[in-house]
Design a protein around this ligand. Structure first.
Ligand SMILES: [Zn+2]
Length: 265
């Protein structure tokens, strides 16, 4: 059984966030590692992905994952404009015959019925978006670089500009990710936010700097026009709960990836 977390504010949109439980990977990657960009045994990742999609009831050729680059670009999937979907196909490993269909960005927005999107995480912030009235969904992968670059706000802008949504109608969930309890950062982080004209939620704790990625993203989504009560924060720190989630920080780098998925029925 694959444990999944879902949020009432996003229903009836199909969505889920996985944990590290319910898969076949071993060691640092135990057990539901969904990231091909790890040093895990590729067939195990493939088996984990297949089990997840079966649990979600999603056909493998109807799900696209993100080629993540810690930027603020947003891929848009318009219905019924299939010829122009921003998809790239790439072999998963050199010498492998397996091919994965991906979109090349940290943000994605879609109004295509039946299409689903999968982003992978190990401390970075998953943000899921929905305008249920217009049947438009979005997702963002916001690490500190993506947050500084404003990928969450970029998803909101895309929903409004290209899909006729209104910020007032959009709900968002900030999923499990590294919390202010654990996220000490260096001085370059503040510089990166400043370079983008963004304001990080940075605090001092003793001699250390702590970055609150949750608050930084909530502030950004409010500035983008979302109603405060339409933004839900899971408040689950992946580093504190490294027994339940993959955490890059807690593991010292070598770990798996859990996933956030969202789509339109
Ligand atoms: Zn923590």
């Amino acid at each position: 059984v694959i444990p999944l977390t879902r949020w009432g504010s996003l229903s009836p949109v199909p969505h889920a966030v996985t944990s590290r439980h319910g898969g076949v990977s071993e060691g640092e990657f135990a057990s539901l590692n969904l990231g091909y960009s790890t040093e895990d045994h590729e067939p195990n990742v493939a088996a984990n992905r297949a089990m997840l999609l079966e649990t979600l009831g999603v056909e493998p050729d109807r799900v696209f994952s993100g080629w993540l680059s810690h930027g603020s670009a947003v891929s848009e999937f318009h219905s019924p404009d299939q010829a122009n979907w921003p998809i790239m196909r790439r072999p998963i490993r050199v010498g492998s015959t397996r091919v994965e269909a991906m979109f090349r960005s940290d943000g994605v927005v879609s109004d295509v019925p039946g299409l689903h999107f999968l982003l992978t995480f190990a401390d970075c912030v998953p943000i899921l978006f929905a305008d249920t009235g217009r049947s438009v969904i979005g997702a963002a992968h916001a690490g500190w670089r993506g947050t500084a670059a404003g990928v969450g706000a970029a998803v909101v802008r895309s929903m409004c500009r290209s899909f006729s949504c209104l910020p007032n109608d959009i709900v968002a969930v900030v999923g499990p990710s590294i919390g202010p309890c654990c996220y000490t950062v260096g001085p370059s982080v503040a510089d990166e936010f400043r370079r983008h004209g963004a304001q990080p939620a940075l605090r001092r704790r003793g001699s250390q700097r702590v970055l609150d990625l949750w608050e930084s993203n909530v502030n950004q989504l409010r500035d983008a026009g979302l109603r405060p009560e339409a933004i839900e924060v899971a408040g689950v720190c992946t580093s504190c709960h490294a027994d339940s989630y993959f955490s890059h920080r807690a593991a010292g780098g070598k770990t798996g990836r859990f996933a956030a998925c969202i789509g339109i029925p």
